[in-house]
Design a protein around this ligand. Structure first.
Ligand SMILES: NC(=O)c1ccc[n+]([C@@H]2O[C@H](COP(=O)([O-])OP(=O)(O)OC[C@H]3O[C@@H](n4cnc5c(N)ncnc54)[C@H](OP(=O)(O)O)[C@@H]3O)[C@@H](O)[C@H]2O)c1
Length: 325
């Protein structure tokens, strides 16, 4: 039986995924940098563990592993070393990043990955599984799609890891895809999107769909927006924040995204995807993605969830619906 490694398993999201993977009967090894926390979690889950840092020696720790699923964010600090280690060791790499620069990195390493026969598949969490599948879905509703806009609606409180990753997302600057190229758009303006209960003002922000949407749909003009209706952004030392929302808090807030495509004749198609809370969706989608890759649904090189698993993948996660307008 092939083995899945969950790196960053001691974090809020990684732990939920490790529990879920074990419950699904996958052959799991948990891993990360903190021996004490890993040893304790390994006993609770009755799984083996490996301790190593995300650095140039990481490939040595991947003996016998088929798929590495990375939950150790901010991914700006872990993704490059772990992608390189996977390429070296012949292991497929998956993560749950929302940081656009990690998608750009995976895209850049795509040719090396093809040569090594390895898949690099970032974004198997709420970012970007629902929006990647939604983009492909809405693009197919028009004859000649020319531009794509995606808006995310994020409600409820953020996890510690997400708060720490936000600075990476903002730090990447405002970007859009224009005629196939990623370009800086410092003057991008907010826009209204309707998630199902009237227009909501959304701010421009650079998410991974600027990369994945281009590969999944071939649409050369893409812009991203976000509507944040949750708690105020936390202040102070973000690494000291408590874990993310509890099960009860997650149940209060579902998550939604709008995909809007304009065709060559000016016609517009709009679809909305609604899922369980992003922090509930992410471990389920990530483990299901890993299960499929272990079972052979894979292709060497940089990939997107909708391309590898099909545009119906997002809806295989319980509680997900797409509505066309
Ligand atoms: N795609 C999505 O929709 C989605 C959903 C949820 C989370 N996320 C992302 O997932 C990441 C984790 O979030 P979280 O709330 O689970 O965070 P968390 O509870 O703080 O957990 C972070 C985990 O990563 C490990 N880690 C952090 N930096 C590391 C480094 N430099 N080297 C090795 N391990 C490191 C931590 O190890 P220690 O225990 O040793 O500190 C911990 O296991 C964030 O980037 C977040 O944005 C994405």
């Amino acid at each position: 039986m092939k083995t899945l490694m969950i790196y960053g398993a001691t974090g809020y999201t990684g732990r939920m995924a490790a529990e879920h993977a074990k419950a699904q009967g996958l052959n799991v090894v948990i891993a990360g940098r903190n021996a004490e926390r890993l040893a304790s979690l390994a006993v609770q889950l009755d799984v083996p563990y490996r301790v190593f840092t995300a650095d140039a020696n990481a490939a040595q720790a991947l003996e016998g592993i088929s798929v590495l699923l990375n939950f150790a964010g901010p991914f700006a600090k872990t993704a490059e070393a772990l992608m390189q280690a996977c390429i070296q060791a012949g292991v497929d790499y998956l993560d749950i990043t929302a940081e656009i620069n990690v998608y750009r990195l995976a895209e850049r390493l795509g040719a090396q990955a093809i040569e090594a026969g390895v898949m690099l598949l970032p974004g198997v969490g709420w970012d970007v599984v629902p929006t990647d599948c939604l983009a492909m879905h809405v693009a197919r509703r028009l004859q000649n799609p020319q531009s794509l806009r995606v808006a995310l609606q994020v409600a409820g409180s953020m996890s510690r890891g997400s708060a720490m990753s936000v600075s990476e997302i903002i730090g990447a600057g405002l970007l859009a895809r224009v005629d196939g190229q990623l370009v800086a758009t410092p003057d991008a303006q907010p826009r209204h999107f309707d998630f199902g209960d009237g227009p909501a003002l959304c701010a421009p922000l650079s998410f991974g769909d600027l990369v994945t949407g281009w590969h999944s749909t071939g649409i050369a003009n893409i812009a991203m927006f976000v509507h944040i209706s949750g708690d105020a952004f936390p202040e102070g030392d973000l690494s000291q924040l408590p874990d993310g929302p509890s099960t009860e808090q997650r149940e209060v807030h579902r998550a939604r995204a709008v995909g809007e495509v304009t065709g060559a004749d000016g016609s517009v198609a709009r679809s909305v995807i609604e899922t369980v809370n992003g922090y509930s969706y992410t471990p389920m989608a990530a483990v299901e993605a890993a299960r499929r890759v272990l079972a052979g649904e894979r292709r060497a090189g940089f990939e997107t969830p909708a391309r590898v698993f099909g545009m119906g993948f997002a809806e295989t996660i319980a509680g997900t619906t797409i509505t066309d307008y």
